[in-house]
Structures are given as structure tokens and as C-alpha cells.
Design a protein around this ligand. Structure first.
Ligand code: GLA
Length: 442
């Protein structure tokens, strides 16, 4: 067993300052077009799936009507290929007139009327990655103002077709320009992904001051290979990346592909669990019109979302990579709780992994563990208790772990209200609400 050095509390709490726009104090949630719908502009032959205002209205309807919004998924984000190939006569970006006949402002109103927010895509450079008009340095103010005038709430600024020097100037300038519009606009910077994602080429201190989130690494694809590659990169570099996340400033390992074609049910749980541990933005890219009930249950899992959205906003870490190909991930949460993920990289059969909380650096005490995907609670755990979890190949077991209180402290002291109330926690956690269950029954 290879134990990584004990993590210093300092490293976990060294929340550096964040972009001062008050936005995204927890990782943003919502839906984005790219991974699932790419640059499909063939509305003639594929009207339901092409990049058009209909697609975004449809997804907004689904978010508003199928319980997503209540769970926190409140952004609809337009990715590349929305614009016309030409700017208008005043040099402003404009949507493709055939595919967005109502215009972006009208789409924004449609979303706002449903309590949702609209995200849009731009690219610092001559062209977007898909070949549409980009935002060169001289167009930054114009484009920020255009987005604000449309009522846009979020901007993903990509970095195709610009060089290092232009990015160095452009990303901070766009941050200023967005602020200057007076409209709160969340700002996602793809800058680090174009500079290898690591210092010294990437300055995370600066990024945290100018962006709410940033893409550090490669695009996700619809496969388990891609999810594993991204996971490995983020956790192999956790010494650098983990301390950079804090309320208002997040690492972004890219979209959730749950509900598409590449992941099994177990692998879908794994992506959800790992993204929750990473305090990653939960931005789905899937077809909300045809989602399976399994995919929906995973994406709407209240405990996984609550862990992701924990108000303390500390990103988690990989604790262990065992020879058995079991890995253990951990994230500290508010109110002395924490999350554990046991991930199997095996390809044979469910693996029975034996450990104890003490072996995972937990201090002595009594704990309970709520199993995020089965809804069962394990009580009577002490740090020393040896336990066994059975982990499916390419699957996870995910626990929400919290200290068990002594009876005399068991009044309604507001403990766990966040996880219970905001995310419709399964009744089994509520059953363990100390106020209603005498200790003898726990
Ligand atoms: C880049 C980004 C993707 C997507 C495409 C659009 O590859 O990283 O997330 O926005 O461009 O062309």
C-alpha cells in the first residue's frame, strides 16, 4: 500500500482570492451543447439535433420541467457554432439568422422566465475552434458589451487561433470588460488548456483573480478512456491544482457525458463521483429529451450533488493507488463531514476492498457513512473499524462520512441542513436525523 504524505491542513485551506464578481461560490451546474451536439449545423436534415435556438429552448424546458433546476442545474450554455460567419455592420457578433431567427436576447429571456441562466461561447483569437468569427484583442470590449446587452449570464472564452502573448493580454482584458458591463457574467477561461495546464506556463494565481473557472486540460470525449485520462491528469497533478480551487474559482475537467453512449452505469457513477470529489463544474452535455432513468438518477443524485456543491469549496484529493487497482479519493466537507470514493480500475469482477477510516487518515472517533448510490447508512463506525466495500469493475463506492454526535448534543443544531434540505436527501439520511431517532435505535 502506497500512502501519500499526510496532507497538511494548510494546503487544504489556502483559499486564494477569487474573481470579485460574487459569482459561482459553488461550482456552476447546467447543460452545454458541445460534447453531445458538437458543430452540427444541419438543421435541414437534423432539425432536432442541430445547433439552433430550438435545441437550447428544448433543453431549457427539460431543465425547468424535469427536476433539474431544483437540483441546481440552472445554466443552459451555448458552445461553438452559434454565430453567423460574419459580424454585423457595426462589427458585432451576431447569431446565425437561420438557426437563431429570434436572436440571443430573446433566447435569454426565455431562459430567465424559467429561472435559468444563459451561457455563450467565444474564442480569443481570429476564429473559434470551429472556424467561426473569433474575438481578437480589438474586439474584446465590443463582444463583452454585446453579450451583456443580450442578457447573457456566462461566457466560455476558448483559445483557438491565438498565441501566448495574445492570451496573456486577452484573458485579463475580457475579465475587465465583462466587469465593466455591470452585468454579472460568469467567466470560464480555456487559457490553461492551451498552455499545457501547469506552471510555469500557467499562472493559477492570476487565473483565480480573473476567471471563475478554467479548462485545464483536453476535451472530454464520449468514452471511459477519456474519463480515466482526465481523472489521471487532474489527480497526478493534484499538488498543483487542488489548492487553486475555492469558492468563485474552479478547475474544470470538462463536461459530464453521463447519459450518452460511452459509459456503462457503473462508469457513469464513477464520473459523477470523481467530479464531485474534484469540486468540478457539473455541466452535462447529453440529450435531456431521451435520457435513461439510470442516467437521470445518477445526475440527480442529491448526495453526490451536495458533496460537489459543498459550501466550503475545498477540492478533494487522491489518497491511495493500491496495487490491487483500487484507488481511494477523499474530499473534506463542511460541518466536519467528508466524502470518500473507492474506485476500481479492475476489469475482472467486483473487488472486496478491506480498509478502515484510520487507514485513510481519519482521526479517532465515531462515524456514520451514507452510501451515496445505495442510500444505505452504515453506523457504529469507529476510525479503527475494519470494513469491506465491494467495488464493481470501473465502478465506485461513494460515501458521505460524518461524525456521529453524542445524544446530549443531538438537538436541531442545524447540522447537515444543507445536504438534507437543498438536495432532497434520501429518507435514510433523514432517518438518522438525531432529533427524531433515539440513540438506542441508531
Ligand atoms: C475546443 C473546446 C471545446 C469546444 C470546442 C468547440 O475544443 O475545448 O470544449 O468548445 O473547442 O469548437
Amino acid at each position: 500500500m502506497k500512502l501519500l504524505p499526510v496532507i497538511s491542513l494548510l494546503a487544504l485551506t489556502s483559499a486564494t482570492s477569487a474573481l470579485d464578481n460574487g459569482l459561482m461560490r459553488t461550482p456552476p451546474m447546467g447543460w452545454m451543447s458541445w460534447e453531445r451536439f458538437r458543430c452540427n449545423i444541419d438543421c435541414e436534415n437534423d432539425p432536432k439535433n442541430c445547433i439552433s435556438e430550438n435545441l437550447f429552448r428544448d433543453m431549457a424546458d427539460r431543465l425547468a420541467e424535469d427536476g433539474w433546476k431544483e437540483m441546481g442545474y440552472d445554466h443552459v450554455m451555448i458552445d461553438d457554432c452559434w454565430s453567423s460567419m460574419l459580424r454585423d455592420k457595426d462589427g458585432r457578433l451576431q447569431p446565425d439568422p437561420q438557426r437563431f431567427p429570434g436572436g440571443i436576447a430573446k433566447l435569454a429571456r426565455y431562459l430567465h422566465d424559467r429561472g435559468l441562466k444563459l451561457g455563450i461561447y467565444g474564442d480569443l483569437g481570429t476564429h473559434t475552434c470551429g472556424g467561426y468569427p473569433g474575438t481578437t484583442l480589438d474586439k474584446i470590449d465590443t463582444d463583452a458589451q454585446t453579450f451583456a446587452s443580450w442578457g447573457v449570464d456566462f461566457l466560455k472564452l476558448d483559445g483557438c487561433y491565438s498565441n501566448e502573448e495574445e492570451q496573456q493580454k486577452g484573458y485579463p482584458l475580457m475579465s475587465k470588460a465583462l466587469n465593466a458591463t455591470g452585468r454579472p457574467i460568469g467567466y470560464s477561461c480555456s487559457w490553461p488548456a492551451y498552455r499545457g495546464g501547469l506552471p510555469p506556463s500557467v499562472n493559477y494565481t492570476l487565473l483565480g483573480e480573473i476567471c471563475n473557472l478554467w479548462r485545464n486540460y483536453d476535451d472530454i470525449q464520449d468514452s471511459w478512456d477519456s474519463v480515466q485520462d482526465i481523472t489521471d491528469w487532474f489527480f497526478d497533478n493534484q499538488e498543483i491544482l487542488q489548492p487553486e480551487a475555492a469558492p468563485g474559482r474552479w478547475n474544470d475537467p470538462d463536461m459530464l457525458i453521463i447519459g450518452n453512449f460511452g459509459l456503462s452505469v457503473d462508469q457513469s457513477r464513477s464520473q459523477m463521483a470523481l467530479w464531485a470529489i474534484m469540486a468540478a463544474p457539473l455541466i452535462m452535455s447529453n440529450n435531456l429529451r431521451t435520457l435513461s432513468s439510470e442516467a437521470r438518477a445518477i445526475l440527480q443524485n442529491g448526495a453526490a450533488i451536495a458533496i460537489n456543491q459543498d459550501p466550503m469549496g475545498v477540492q478533494g484529493r487522491r489518497l491511495l493507488q493500491e496495487r490491487s487497482q483500487i484507488e481511494v479519493y477523499w474530499r473534506p466537507l463542511s460541518q466536519s463531514a467528508s466524502a470518500l470514493v473507492f474506485l476500481s480500475r479492475r476489469q475482472d469482477m467486483p473487488y472486496r476492498y478491506h480498509t478502515s477510516l484510520a487507514k485513510l487518515n481519519y482521526t479517532a472517533g465515531s462515524y456514520e457513512a451514507y452510501d451515496v448510490f445505495t442510500g444505505k447508512t452504515l453506523s457504529g463506525l469507529s476510525a479503527a473499524t475494519e470494513f469491506t466495500v465491494s467495488i464493481n469493475p470501473s465502478g465506485v463506492v461513494m460515501w458521505y462520512v460524518y461524525p456521529k454526535m453524542h445524544y446530549k448534543h443531538q438537538q436541531d443544531d442545524g447540522r447537515y441542513p444543507y445536504i438534507r434540505q437543498k438536495y432532497r436527501m434520501s429518507s435514510s439520511l433523514r432517518f438518522h436525523n438525531p432529533r427524531v431517532v433515539p440513540p438506542s435505535l441508531l
